[in-house]
Design a protein around this ligand. Structure first.
Ligand SMILES: [Zn+2]
Length: 459
């Protein structure tokens, strides 16, 4: 685990808990995706971290808040490595003359109209309802990629305020692009730097330098973003070779393929997040394995946009690090994992493609990313790890053990729906018996509908 690149502020998030406050989850069936399994146990949480995990009855600690799990499944919360919270208000939006002929058409006729219609109110509303949807899918940490070209300055603060209402951890960035001209490009770079310096750190928020994609960025813009990111210790979060437009642009305009072009600007660092990675050459895959960034797989979005399928297993075999994101197409990372496997079976015409171990390695890497950027051990039900814990409304109908949690989650999600009963993030109870005790969810949804209605008129 590496230090947070932006860990210069005090740990404001964890200080939500008083130092003496203790939480106990008891009568629990405890498991994680790294092999921990206790059929009947308890977890003691103190100061936002797991202090003890034990078998049998929980200790009798005075003043502890207790959650009786009633033998339901308790796991660490999930991580979404590529989200677009701003897409949360697109649900049900009427599309005028929507007839895209390809990926670029989808961007131009939908997403680039929607993001330009966002204002501070709709940004914050999208962050609240998007975070809520993540929480209800058991996701406790997300990496967001934001765009709102009519409202760039302060947009990451609006996102943060929305996310804070729900209580998730989030790594934020603003997508720098040349599509709106140099002023918008510079404002995007500045927003990334401002947020990283002023608001990231402390265990709840982290930051990347966001870039849209190679095909909407000139050399001078990549240079400028890289020069701003370097002294701040920021890695990059961008889209790589999602549609064919990206490599075609890089080859025609710059004489190299997409990853090769990004490498010329020092963008392929170990902490960089590259969403999609579909149209890559063998040489680019080798380069990604050598440089060490993470490729973020988003199978449902890829199918929806008809952009092709990333060669996931081949990249893993060649040593490329891979994690899983939703790309704003849903919030449920377990369903995303299942779709990753189904898509691999389909395109490779093999029922063995992206088997359990390969898929597990990808989901585990989501936790590695969270550890690295939030500076806290994540993903294990073990002492010293983040107390980001989900009590799932799930009493397994078949034996659960140290090696089959992923199989249980995947098939519970499609057979009976897998939802949390309780969620703890950083030791704080953000969901109690399916209710969020600190927000009025009905009012939040009503405000979001109102913000969406106003935004839709501007699209
Ligand atoms: Zn994306």
């Amino acid at each position: 685990m590496g230090p947070s690149p932006c860990g210069r502020r005090p740990p404001a998030f964890l200080s939500i808990l008083k130092p003496t406050m203790t939480l106990i989850i008891e009568q629990a069936r405890i498991a994680d995706l790294f092999g921990t399994f206790l059929d009947h146990g308890y977890i003691v949480v103190r100061n936002g971290l797991i202090e003890t995990v034990g078998e049998g009855s929980a200790p009798d600690l005075p003043d502890a808040t207790r959650i009786d799990a009633q033998q339901l499944l308790v796991t660490p919360g999930l991580v979404n490595a590529h989200a677009h919270l701003y897409s949360a208000l697109a649900r049900g939006m009427p599309l005028k003359s929507f007839a895209p002929s390809g990926f670029l058409g989808i961007l131009e006729s939908l997403w680039w109209k929607l993001d330009r219609a966002l204002d501070p109110e709709s940004i914050q509303a999208s962050a609240v309802v998007g975070s809520l949807a993540h929480l209800r899918a058991g996701v406790t940490t997300l990496f967001d990629h934001h765009a709102s070209p009519s409202s760039i300055h302060g947009s990451l603060s609006q996102l943060r305020k929305g996310i804070e209402q729900v209580g998730l951890r989030a790594d934020l960035c603003y997508e720098v692009t040349d599509r709106g001209g140099p002023e918008e490009r510079d404002a995007g770079i500045e927003e990334n730097a401002r947020f990283a310096q002023e608001e990231a750190g402390g265990g709840q928020f982290a930051a990347h330098m966001g870039l849209h994609a190679s095909f909407t960025l000139e050399n001078a813009s990549l240079e400028k973003a890289a020069q701003t990111a370097e002294p701040l210790g920021l890695a990059f979060h961008l889209h790589l070779a999602e549609g064919k437009e990206d490599p075609v642009h890089a080859l025609q305009q710059h004489g190299v393929r997409t990853a090769e072009r990004l490498d010329q600007f020092g963008i392929l660092t170990e902490g960089t997040l590259l969403a999609h990675g579909i149209h890559l050459s063998q040489a680019e895959v080798t380069m990604l394995a050598e440089r060490g960034p993470t490729v973020l797989h988003n199978p449902r979005s890829n199918m929806n946009n008809a952009v092709g399928a990333a060669k996931v297993e081949r990249m893993l075999t060649r040593g490329v690090k891979m994690a899983l994101g939703t790309d704003g197409f849903g919030n449920d990372i377990i369903s995303e994992a299942l779709c990753a496997q189904l898509l691999a079976h389909h395109v490779e015409a093999s029922p063995l493609s992206l088997g359990g171990d390969a898929l597990l390695a990808i989901v585990q890497h989501n936790y590695t990313l969270a550890e690295r950027f939030f500076g806290i051990p994540m993903g294990r039900a073990a002492s010293g790890h983040a107390a980001d814990l989900v009590v799932w409304d799930y009493d397994p109908p078949t034996p659960l053990d140290a090696g089959n949690l992923l199989g249980h989650l995947l098939f519970a999600s499609i057979s009976e729906g897998l939802t949390p009963r309780d969620v703890v993030i950083g030791g704080r109870q953000v969901m109690q018996d399916r209710v969020l005790p600190h927000i009025d969810e009905r009012s939040v949804l009503a405000r979001a509908r109102s913000a969406a209605q106003a935004m839709w008129k501007r699209v």
